[in-house]
Write a protein that binds this ligand. Structure first.
Ligand SMILES: Cc1cc2nc3c(=O)[nH]c(=O)nc-3n(C[C@H](O)[C@H](O)[C@H](O)COP(=O)(O)O)c2cc1C
Length: 128
C-alpha cells in the first residue's frame, strides 16, 4: 500500500553570509546533499532563495517529512524555520523535481503566509 502523501511549506532566514558567489556556492553544496537524500526518501519539491530568505516546498510521506524537517530545523545555515502549510495531498505538484532550485525569486515574503504554496508554485510556473 502506498503511504499517504503530505505537502509542507516553510520559510526561513538564511544565515549564510558573504558575497553572492559564495552564497550560491554554499546553496549548491546544500542542494547536492539534499537531492541525494530526497531521492532516497522519495521527497520532491522546490527551494527558493531571495534576499536572505529561503522558502521550500516538500512533498513526501508524513514520517519522512518529519525526519527531514528535524534535520532542516537543526541546520545552522538558516534560522526561524516557520511551517506555513502542511496537509494531505492526492498527487505531487512537482513529481519530477527532486529539489528544484530557484534563485532570486520575486520577494518570498513571510507575510501573507497561508498562500505561500500558491505563490511559490506561481513563481515556478512563471520560470518553467
Ligand atoms: C534551506 C535548506 C533547505 C534544505 N533542504 C533539504 C532537503 O530538501 N533535503 C535534505 O535532505 N536536506 C535539506 N537540507 C539540509 C539538511 O538540513 C541537512 O543538512 C541534511 O539533510 C543532512 O542531514 P543530517 O545532518 O541530519 O544528516 C536543507 C538545508 C537548508 C538550510
Amino acid at each position: 500500500m502506498t503511504r499517504p502523501l503530505q505537502r509542507l511549506t516553510y520559510f526561513s532566514q538564511s544565515l549564510i553570509r558573504g558575497p553572492d558567489w559564495f552564497i550560491e556556492g554554499e546553496i549548491a553544496r546544500l542542494l547536492a546533499v539534499a537531492r541525494d537524500r530526497n531521492r532516497q526518501m522519495a521527497i520532491t519539491g522546490m527551494l527558493l532563495f531571495n534576499d536572505g530568505c529561503f522558502a521550500q516546498i516538500l512533498e513526501g510521506a508524513a514520517e519522512d517529512l518529519d525526519t527531514l524537517l528535524r534535520s532542516i530545523t537543526a541546520d545552522p545555515r538558516h534560522a526561524g524555520v516557520t511551517v506555513m502549510q502542511r496537509g494531505l495531498i492526492d498527487i505531487r505538484a512537482f513529481p519530477d523535481w527532486n529539489m528544484h532550485y530557484i534563485a532570486h525569486a520575486a520577494p518570498i515574503g513571510a507575510k501573507g503566509g497561508p498562500g505561500l504554496f500558491e505563490r511559490l508554485s506561481g513563481v515556478a510556473q512563471a520560470r518553467a
